[in-house]
Design a protein around this ligand. Structure first.
Ligand code: F6R
Length: 609
């Protein structure tokens, strides 16, 4: 992960670099730093706090410069200490920022030690700094081109050298890097968003590219060393930044994003005449969809749970066999490829390293039909797949996924009904029914959001707990999984989810009076079974916290706390039921005083494996 930004200008560039870091914090926030370069050498400020604190430090120190690089880190090699924070120096002449992992760093470190280089950090980045320094003969662009040929692994870097105080050199392989073009000033960044506003146009560097930005302009060399041009686009194509950062009446972005779900879902539902039309996924989707005989879903984390939910829909509505795999497992295991399978990747960011690698792995096995359900139109995943369904959640800033998840579910439900129609399993009446459910969804969600005060009351009790169990059955088991993930990642309460029928096969041993058991209770065909599982918990003294559809008639009694949801919402019920679980996690974390939008050790975009 990590975010990098660099700039060459004729004005003090530090505020632009700091603003860039603020926008890149979604890539990691263990530590951060900024360096500017003068003929006397690079100078830097680093912090193990957040970018806001780094900003304070540079202001207090009147830290300025016309050429600089900056970094926000998600630690891989070496703890998040000031000493390991980037920019990393080599012999007070060169400074580097790095995103990625260098796999051969141990061999390179030995080679560089033999040449007399001393290592003062635990980072793999320091080997790149010394390597470039050792190859520098007056031309940083040339030294970086030579150095990257010796690197194995993934990297995006930005480098400055005291002997060329108006030059920044960047390079990428496996990690993204863009070049930004402003008025007589130039930039590099991990994401166009970081420099939108200062740059008017951006170019994406390709694998193996090395670039040099200076006051004279931009030079780009490909892996073979040939000077090349890369297509540039208007930075507006990457979306604005300003409006999305305004918190409005909310305390955290996560809360704001939970409440944005009715809007996000209504933006994601296609126009009436296009609903359930294969063209929604791409030009010749109808032809390809007709030829497929199964689905393989690949994703990580919350997006994986969206995939698990979709399996129920795809097998029920479209009667198509669906397998769902965790991307980081699939990419490394031996599997039996089916060229007639449609590979569906689900990702908010479209940059998740494991999901991208799993997609490429599936493609390498001959599965050429691919579809991305993704929230970022310009992402690598969208560029790599044959078809796309774009969710219109808008920018999600909170690390914990909320509106991205529910809009993914909408996209996947539309896929299930579209395939069901093509395969002759959905008639016109059913189609109209599904459309009606979808169209009413934003209003139904508003009804669930109105339960917030009751959920806040529960969260005060949850805030004092250290463990929680989540139960669901069938279509709502993935929702229980998602509820447990939300709670653990932002409140740090240990939470596990089980299909309710599994309880007696082990986890029931954990149930005591101290154990809250959150139960997702829709009024579906499994309700009576679920009620029996709830009794198993009550008989052991466990405290049940039940989100029950109004028509289940489950009511509060000794040891059973109930929040009444609206009436059962049919196949789309999971989209309603996840919302109170998001709110419960949010308010519990808030009551515990954690950093809700930036939970410890995590990052929004997981671009390392
Ligand atoms: C949890 C969460 C993560 C992501 C996962 C995949 O709240 O957000 O589990 O879902 O890292 O990220 P994307 O969807 O960007 O591929």
């Amino acid at each position: 992960m990590c975010g990098i930004v660099g700039a060459v200008a004729q004005r003090n560039i530090v505020p632009v670099l700091i603003e860039g870091l603020r926008r890149l914090e979604y890539r990691g926030y263990d530590s951060c730093g900024v360096a500017t370069v003068t003929a006397a050498g690079p100078q830097r400020v680093r912090s193990v706090s957040r970018v806001a604190e780094l900003d304070e430090q540079v202001r207090t120190a009147h830290f300025e410069g016309v050429t600089g690089i900056a970094h926000t880190r998600w630690a891989t090699h070496g703890a998040p200490t000031v000493n390991n924070a980037h920019p990393i120096f080599s012999r007070d002449a060169l400074a580097i920022v790095h995103n990625g992992i260098i796999e051969n760093y141990e061999a390179l470190r030995e080679m560089l030690r033999a040449k007399g280089y001393e290592f003062v950090s635990q980072t793999d980045t320091e080997v790149i700094a010394h390597l470039i320094h050792s190859l520098y003969k007056g031309d940083l662009f040339a030294a970086v081109r030579e150095a990257v040929l010796q690197l194995a692994g993934a990297y995006a870097i930005g480098v400055v050298h005291k002997d060329q105080p108006h030059v920044v050199v960047g390079a990428r392989a496996g990690s993204p890097l863009v070049v930004g073009y402003g008025e007589g000033e130039y930039f590099i960044a991990s994401d166009a968003l970081a420099i939108a506003g200062s740059a008017n146009r951006v170019s994406y560097l390709e694998e193996g590219d090395v670039c040099e930005i200076s006051l004279e302009g931009v030079r780009i060399a490909d892996r073979a060393g040939n000077l090349v041009t890369r297509e540039s686009r208007d930075v507006q194509a990457y979306g604005g930044y300003g409006d999305t950062v305004d918190l409005g009446p909310y305390r955290h972005y996560m809360q704001k994003e939970i409440f944005e779900q009715p809007r996000a879902i209504s933006d994601t539902i296609p126009a009436l005449d296009e609903a359930f039309d294969p063209v929604l996924f791409g030009e010749n989707a109808a032809e390809v969809f007709e030829g497929i005989d199964s689905i393989l879903i690949l994703a990580c984390g919350t997006s994986y749970y969206a995939g698990l939910t979709a399996k129920y829909w795809l097998e029920t509505v479209a009667k198509i066999r669906t397998d769902v795999e965790i991307a980081s497992e699939y990419r490394y295991r031996e599997s039996v490829p089916n060229p007639r399978s449609l590979v569906v990747t689900i990702s908010q960011s479209g940059e998740t390293a494991d999901t991208l690698a799993a997609l490429k792995h599936a493609q390498s096995l001959g599965m050429e039909h691919t579809l991305a359900v993704c929230n970022v139109a310009t992402s690598a995943m969208v560029r790599l797949t044959e078809f796309t369904f774009l969710t219109h959640a808008g920018r999600e800033i909170g690390v914990a996924s909320t509106k991205a998840f529910t809009t993914q579910l909408v996209g996947l439900f539309i896929l299930a009904v579209t395939l069901g129609k093509l395969r002759g399993h959905v008639n016109a009446e059913q189609e109209a029914g599904y459309l009606k459910l979808l169209r009413h969804l934003p209003a139904a969600l508003n009804g669930v959001l109105a339960l917030e005060p009751q959920i806040i009351a529960w969260s005060e009790e949850f805030a004092r707990k250290e463990n929680a169990l989540f139960l669901g059955r069938g279509l709502h088991y993935p929702i229980a999984l998602e509820g447990a993930l939300k709670l653990k990642e932002i409140s740090y309460i240990h939470a596990e989810a089980y299909p309710a029928g599994e309880l007696k096969h082990g986890p029931l041993a954990l149930v005591t009076e101290a154990m809250p058991v959150v139960t997702v209770a829709p009024n579906d065909a499994l309700l009576e079974k679920l009620k029996s599982n709830m009794q198993e918990v009550r008989a052991r003294g466990g405290q049940l916290y039940v989100f029950a559809d109004a028509d289940t008639h489950i009511t509060s009694e000794e040891g059973i706390h109930v929040i009444r949801m609206p009436e059962h919402y049919g196949l789309l019920s999971p989209i309603l039921h996840v919302v109170p679980l998001q709110l419960l996690a949010y308010h519990t974390a808030s009551a515990r005083g954690t950093d809700v939008d930036k939970p410890r050790n995590l990052a929004k975009s997981v671009t390392v494996e």
